[in-house]
Design a protein around this ligand. Structure first.
Ligand code: ATP
Ligand code: MG
Length: 652
């Protein structure tokens, strides 16, 4: 026993140890990517449990994705602290609602809406608004933002104006759709994800006896990725805590990537002010990535226009040297994807496990061309973060069958994996994998469900079908598919907190990263830059950044490399542009009559006007120049864009 606390402190640096061994009470770790924040909180929980300061079941740890929660549970078990609840906010809230709801509402908890868009569409339809897919998605996004920001339907127009939201639908109409959506949903006795949090907070706030019972059960709270907490999640956290302060938070303001959905790093940054007695720790050593990757990450984030106070940390790489990050330019997206598949095959041949390789992109739609290229090269992969897994017909059918099977006598007792296999055999699972094509894909999905049962039994030996179905529901809620061995395809958002030996950041073109609708909005552009930072910092060793100059195969050249990439490509890279080509490519403006065109020292775009030329910087890039001059420059640039009648990204 005496050795155990020491073991928990081994492999931690002095600052990490300070956070791990701090007494119960407020603790805040503010640090960059890969510095061991998640490791620190996991060890802290195990340490508190080990010292008998808290029982495992009294700890509630919230993470951002179900996968991160699963990893934390596994790690905690290994460290001797099994039984700690590590979950996403939604999963934790849903679990609590199942228990508390019947106590205050005299009914069972309402069911989750299975298709939020349908409710939004019906609401829009009632009001005579467009029910086109894109409009409905935009409306759903606005409703989600409002609910996460604790904004009621009638307050939407003023709040949206204040927050600078630019939804294509008129704010008054969004407000009406929002109200109608809430009405339809309530009438159907259904809850959306945000309702899970809203009801949890409301029950705890309005029913002191329930709150008291809850707070006698959970005593210590831990939040990972705290920079991305939104007002609704913060309200739930406050309701959980009540007047207590046993809260550990960790985060990196430079990784705030959900502000479009209402998240704000202000709670992370303001934590030491809210809890003046808090133990505050800053970490700078990067244990994840090679110094080459760390240097690139520093370069990306140093270019940020503004960084919140206290977040100006420079990462210091701790690992041995590795290969330099690679940059590659392609004529079209298909060639780019094929080259990725080709390189993955080579990495795998050299011993990198496929599960240690990820292809990361800005939007889920980019996944398809990579899915095809990998399938053609017969490389197994899994898509993360999209609805895909749980939207698949075979998965939906399997889940329905498993749910019905829950009441069958022949299956409900003992040995879970056998039951799952038996039910899945009834919906088409064969012993041997089919040769290929769609049948093979269906088989892979079903096998993933069997493997999930195996995983669950390893964690909870007496798990039964009811347990299993609850786990599946929780994963479906958070859209976290079970693990399939293979290359990971994921959006940058879904990649947060994770790491792989080899990472491909693909599709780095202007309009995709930064995404087109961020144009003209400085804050949105900065969020896009942070997404690139998140992407770069996922790589342990191998990192390739690539882009293609046209969409599809053999398409017309109409895209240009991301503005974030220009300054990163070293001169000796094959992707470095020869000076003459730079003049053509780096700026959509043609150079005039062969004269040397002055270019921005940071991003290489052509400089326009005497002020820019004098400064040697374009208005988009951060610089050490006087704020006033920059403001002048920005105003000039936007006038210029209007005069030229071009989208602002052409000028910026
Ligand atoms: P992110 O911001 O991306 O979430 P993080 O700060 O949470 O990153 P971790 O995921 O906890 O970082 O750690 C990054 C990697 O470094 C992990 O592989 C972890 O095991 C390793 N690591 C962390 N601390 C140490 C340490 N003191 N010694 C060796 N390895 C460490
Ligand atoms: Mg982490």
């Amino acid at each position: 026993m005496a050795d155990q606390p020491r073991r928990l402190l081994e492999g931690l640096d002095p600052e990490q140890r300070t956070a791990v061994t701090a007494p119960r009470g407020p603790v805040c770790v503010l640090a960059g990517a890969g510095t061991g924040k998640t490791r620190t909180i996991t060890h802290r929980i195990a340490h508190l449990v080990e010292r008998g300061l808290v029982a495992p079941q009294q700890v509630l740890a919230v993470t951002f994705t179900a996968r991160a929660a699963g990893q934390m549970r596994t790690r905690l078990r290994e460290l001797g602290a099994g039984g700690v609840q590590a979950q996403t906010f939604h999963a934790a809230a849903f679990r609590q609602l199942r228990y508390f709801w019947p106590r205050v509402h005299d009914t069972g908890v309402w069911s989750l809406v299975d298709n939020k868009y349908r409710f939004v569409m019906n609401a829009a339809n009632r009001l005579g608004l467009s029910t086109e897919k894109d409009s409905v998605r935009d409306l759903a996004g606005e409703i989600e933002w409002a609910k996460s920001s604790l904004i009621a339907p009638d307050r939407y127009p003023s709040a949206a104006a204040k927050a600078g939201r630019s939804a294509p639908t008129a704010p008054e109409s969004v407000s009406k759709v929002f109200a109608a959506y809430e009405q339809l949903k309530t009438r159907a006795e259904a809850l959306d994800f945000d309702d899970l949090l809203l009801h949890t907070a409301a029950i705890l706030e309005e029913h002191p006896e329930v709150a008291e019972e809850f707070r006698s059960r959970y005593r210590s709270f831990v939040v990972d990725e705290y920079q991305d907490v939104n007002p609704l999640q913060q309200r739930v956290l406050d309701a959980w805590l009540g007047p207590r302060d046993d809260l550990t938070v960790v985060g990196d303001a430079n990784q705030t990537i959900y502000s479009f959905a209402g998240a704000a790093p202000q709670w992370l940054i303001g934590f030491p002010r809210r809890f003046p007695e808090a133990t505050v720790v800053r970490l700078e050593r990067d244990y994840r990535s090679t110094p080459q990757v760390v240097a690139l990450a520093n370069q990306v984030i140093d270019a940020a226009r503004e960084r919140p106070a206290g977040t100006r940390l420079t990462l210091v790489g701790q690992r041995q040297d590795g290969p330099k990050p690679d940059f590659a330019e392609f004529d079209d997206e298909v060639s780019e994807a094929q080259a990725v598949a080709h390189k993955i095959a080579a990495l795998a041949r050299d011993g990198t496990p496929l599960s240690e390789i990820a292809v990361l992109f800005r939007v889920n739609a980019q996944s398809e061309v990579y899915e095809k290229a990998l399938a053609d090269a017969e490389i197994p992969y899994q898509v993360r973060g999209g609805e895909r897994f749980f939207a698949r017909t075979e998965v939906r059918r399997a889940m329905a069958a498993l749910r019905t099977a829950g009441s069958r006598d022949d299956l409900t007792s003992g040995d879970l994996c056998g039951s799952v296999r038996a039910v899945l055999a009834e919906v088409g699972l064969t012993d041997e994998p089919p040769a290929g094509g769609a049948a093979r894909e269906h088989w892979e999905s079903l096998i993933a469900l069997v493997e999930l049962a195996e995983e669950l039994v390893a964690a909870v030996p007496d798990a039964d079908l009811a347990h299993y179905n609850a786990e599946l529901d929780a994963r479906a809620e958070s859209q976290h598919p079970p693990t399939v061995e293979g290359v990971t395809l994921a959006s940058l958002h879904a990649a947060k907190g994770l790491e792989w030996d080899a990472v491909f950041l693909v599709g780095l073109v202007d309009g995709t990263l930064p995404i087109q609708y961020a144009d003209g909005d400085d804050a949105a552009i900065e969020e896009e830059r942070r997404l690139l930072y998140v992407g770069v910092t996922r790589a342990r060793e191998f990192l390739r950044l690539s882009w293609a100059l046209s969409r599809g195969e053999g398409g017309k050249r109409f895209r240009r490399r991301s503005r974030f990439v220009y300054a990163l490509v070293p001169d000796d890279s094959p992707a470095a542009l020869p000076a003459r080509v730079q003049q053509r490519e780096a700026s959509p403006m043609r150079s005039q009559g062969g004269a040397v065109t002055p270019r921005c020292r940071t991003c290489e775009t052509k400089l326009l006007g005497t002020l820019e030329i004098k400064l040697g910087r374009c208005g988009h890039c951060p610089s050490d120049v006087d704020e006033g001059l920059l403001a002048e420059l920005k105003a000039w640039r936007s006038d210029r864009a209007q005069q030229l009648r071009v989208p602002s990204y052409v000028v910026f």
